[in-house]
Design a protein around this ligand. Structure first.
Ligand code: ADP
Ligand code: MG
Length: 689
């Protein structure tokens, strides 16, 4: 048996209970254990004099036990006093065996490791890891930086170290196959797999802790490369699988689309035309489309979505458009209703708020196929929603959805998978997109409609409220409209709504001549809709809102955006919010208000927004400041759970990963399955949900 097939229970000390806990860490075989890599290391080779200890430090100390006693306070406690000539330290044990009590006797020399804290009498370590300083295995332990493994309830670090030691010992005799082609190793200028694993589990004392912690050690880079390659190959496999599935080829002459373009009142930009053509050719193909459209805020993705829907409808199918918020779904429904009225197509709206008989009626219309276009939130993929002949699924603001949600809507197709059009305003750099979205084709709308002037962005302290109110008044008196975005209160939607109400009241008092509206997440859908409609119609001059208006809301006459507590928000979110203005032809501004003092990171974020209005540039900086996990959307992280690699840190590997994926597919196809098994496991994460 090889490490890849040998179950962990083959190791000494692993019974069913421990095996179950290891399974929670994704460890089922001896090989899995080898790839359970430490997430950090501790330098226990450097012993700190007790006299130099500080509370909070995790350190190794060595000294002699001067006194050991059992005390009965609230609970039975074993205390040992350790001295090394520079000072005293208490070791405190709440749980201890008789053997331990015997061992920790006066005069015994101990090497301990743990976190120092302030105790009732000077510094102490609670439950230190320790061993006799004169023990025969001393050298073996002290020669290496100590690995700290990702762990789970019920598995001690010490246990994991013993298990990985066994797995490493087996590695010496048996082979954990090197699955990378030889040219990869040459290119990466790194050691073999076995050396890399040995090194990372048991770094020698001269290894640079700093380099290891930065994740840039060649051994780490080698494994990161392998991991990224495994994910790349997985996503490609998913992609190929989908492209083999039968789809609904949509061939329609495009009459409905042409009529829509006549009525909307603007010509498409060159970028919109290009992307539209890419979509049309995908739709005509016999396999499902899987296309991601990236386009900065305001680049005009909605009309592209409408054209795709019309192609499906003209060919006799149904299309569904899914938006992440009710507000946005409602707005899309309104826009499409207006746009499509001349074509006698009336979209249905399906959100979570729809209940009772209205919902039943909607579901019936969807199921019978009498209504070809359905717009909604995630309510669209609930179980009782059945489509008669769904051939196109459009997901707007994709970063708000997880890959699973997207795939679930896909299963609503009648016997075949519908085409998928995924739209996002969070553009990400190309190499990253090719990695994270390797299952998708990517189109970019890299042009804004003509006549837009960049939004002027100003950062100011919130103490200048008078000046801000004056600006709002001036804008409204010129017939423009204004958004005021209230702070995000993560913990409580109730508090957030309350704050928004208070702000609206205060602003209405300060601006008696201006009609002020309010929307927040706790309002009834109808009330929200009514307020949005009035704002859109220009009846309200100022709209006070929570971040519910973050995505998609489109009122071109609005030219001033005020964002309170901008220092608390992320770059992508601020860019999205700012994108609510600058949609018309008049010059627009965005005031980013902060409450001092502001952290250096927040200052940097706001400075980025002041400098640039280019979504790609904002995304690039966001990536640098926060890392890709958050950029791709928190709910997206299930897509890429990386153990060693880090998309940001290892970004330079990505082009080589792409190239190597080709090489693997062409010349080393047999290694692909074991590689995926090694890094992604048996999980169905990318599988058909
Ligand atoms: P986003 O890409 O952020 O979803 P929208 O689709 O909401 O952008 O479009 C933003 C605004 O630009 C809308 O008012 C839309 O009608 C308008 N628009 C879209 N395409 C064009 C175009 N080619 N010319 C002029 N205005 C356009
Ligand atoms: Mg949009």
């Amino acid at each position: 048996m090889t490490p890849a097939t040998r179950p962990v229970t083959a190791l000494s000390g692993v019974g069913p209970a421990l095996a179950a806990r290891l399974a929670k860490l994704g460890v089922e075989t001896v090989s899995d254990l080898l790839f359970l890599l430490p997430n950090r290391y501790e330098d226990r080779t450097r012993v700190v004099p007790i006299g130099a200890l500080r509370p909070g430090a995790r350190v190794a100390v060595e000294g002699e036990i001067q006194l050991a006693e059992i005390v009965f306070r609230r609970r039975r406690t074993l205390l040992a006093r350790l001295s090394d000539g520079t000072g005293f330290l208490t070791l405190r044990f709440f749980h201890f065996s008789g053997a331990q009590q015997q061992q920790l006797a006066r005069g015994v020399r101990l090497r301990c490791f743990g976190e120092v804290r302030r105790g009732p009498v000077g510094l102490e370590i609670v439950h230190p890891e320790y061993r006799l300083a004169d023990a025969p295995d001393r050298q073996a332990v002290l020669d290496a930086l100590t690995p700290v493994y990702p762990t789970t309830e019920g598995i001690q670090q010490g246990r994991l170290r013993l298990l990985t030691a066994q797995a490493l010992a087996a590695l010496v005799q048996e082979d954990e196959p090197d699955l990378l082609p030889p040219e990869a190793a040459r290119e990466l200028a790194c050691s073999g797999l076995r050396e890399a694993l040995q090194f990372l589990h048991r770094p020698p004392p001269h290894a640079s802790l700093e380099l290891l912690e930065s994740g840039r050690h060649p051994a780490q880079r080698r494994l990161a490369f392998e991991e990224l390659l495994a994910h790349q190959l997985s996503l490609r496999a998913l992609r190929n699988e989908i492209r083999r599935d039968p789809g609904w080829p949509i061939a329609a002459p495009g009459l409905l689309g042409a009529r829509l373009l006549e009525t909307v009142g603007f010509p498409l930009t060159a970028a919109q035309r290009r992307v539209n053509a890419e979509i049309e050719s995908d739709l005509a193909a016999p396999h499902p489309m899987m296309r991601l459209v990236q386009g900065d805020v305001g680049s005009g993705k909605t009309i592209v979505a409408a054209l795709a829907s019309l192609a499906a409808i003209e060919a006799g199918y149904q299309a569904a458009l899914m938006a992440p918020t009710e507000l946005l779904a409602e707005q899309h429904a309104q826009n499409f209703t207006r746009w499509l009225a001349p074509l006698a197509i009336e979209p249905l709206l399906l959100t979570g708020r729809l209940g009772g008989r209205a919902r039943q009626a909607t579901l019936a219309a969807v199921a019978s196929g009498t209504r070809p276009l359905v717009i909604g939130t995630h309510a669209l993929f609930q179980e009782d929603v059945n489509f008669a002949r769904l051939a196109l699924v459009i997901v707007d603001e994709q970063h708000r959805f997880g890959v699973h949600q997207r795939l679930r809507l896909r299963d609503k197709g009648a016997g075949r998978y519908p085409h998928q059009l995924i739209m996002t305003a969070t553009p990400i750099p190309r190499t990253l997109a090719m990695t994270a979205y390797a299952d998708l084709d990517v189109s970019v709308i890299d042009e804004l409609p003509p006549g837009r002037t960049p939004v002027q962005t100003v950062v100011m302290p919130d103490s200048r409220r008078d000046a801000i109110v004056a600006r709002i008044r001036a804008a409204c008196l010129e017939g423009r409209q204004v958004y005021w975005v209230c702070p995000l209160i993560e913990e409580s939607e109730v508090l957030e709504a309350q704050a928004a109400e208070d702000t609206a009241t205060a602003l209405a008092a300060a601006l008696p001549e201006i009609a002020v509206g309010l929307v927040h997440g706790r309002m009834a859908a109808t009330a929200k809709e009514r307020t949005m409609a009035r704002f859109k119609a220009g009846e309200l001059g100022l709209l006070v809102a929570t971040t519910v208006i973050e995505v998609g809301v489109d009122v071109p006459n609005a030219s001033l955006m005020v964002i309170e507590n901008a220092e608390r928000m992320g770059l992508a979110q601020l860019h999205q919010l700012r994108g609510r203005v600058g949609r018309g032809t008049q010059a627009s501004s965005c005031l980013l208000l902060y409450h001092p003092p502001m952290s250096a990171a927040a200052k940097e974020r706001l400075a980025v927004l002041r400098r640039t209005s280019d979504g790609f540039e904002v995304a690039r900086r966001d990536l640098e400041l926060r890392g890709p996990g958050e950029l791709l959307g928190t709910r997206q992280t299930g897509l890429m759970q990386l153990k060693v690699a880090d998309l940001m840190r290892d970004a330079d590997l990505l082009p080589r990963v792409q190239a190597m994926a080709d090489v693997m597919q062409d010349a080393h196809a047999a290694n692909i399955a074991p590689l995926k098994r090694r890094w992604i496991g048996a999980s169905t994460r990318y599988g058909k949900v």
